[in-house]
Design a binder for this molecule. Structure first.
Ligand code: SF4
Ligand code: SF4
Length: 68
């Protein structure tokens, strides 16, 4: 099983990770972080392949990929 963890406080809401995931598992949340950025949300964990494309695309190193 693979999944990602998004650090909401590092995320600046650029949306690049939503484009990077070919499975469209990452969306944007309606909830802002402490500095007001609307952050990315891992929407469908059960479908994650652990490919790491979302993490590689993130300019703020806000995504950690876990492979178990
Ligand atoms: S690791 Fe791959 S499949 Fe999983 S959310 Fe990121 S881009 Fe999508
Ligand atoms: S690419 Fe990184 S900074 Fe941009 S929305 Fe995704 S997690 Fe946030």
């Amino acid at each position: 099983m693979s999944y990602i963890i998004i650090d909401n406080e590092r995320c600046k809401g650029c949306g690049l990770c939503t484009i990077a995931c070919s499975r469209k598992l990452v969306t944007m949340s309606d909830t802002p972080n402490s500095v007001g950025f609307t952050v990315a949300l891992f929407a469908e964990p059960e479908k994650c392949t652990g490919c790491s494309m979302c993490a590689e695309m993130c300019p703020d190193v806000a995504i950690c990929v876990i492979k178990e």
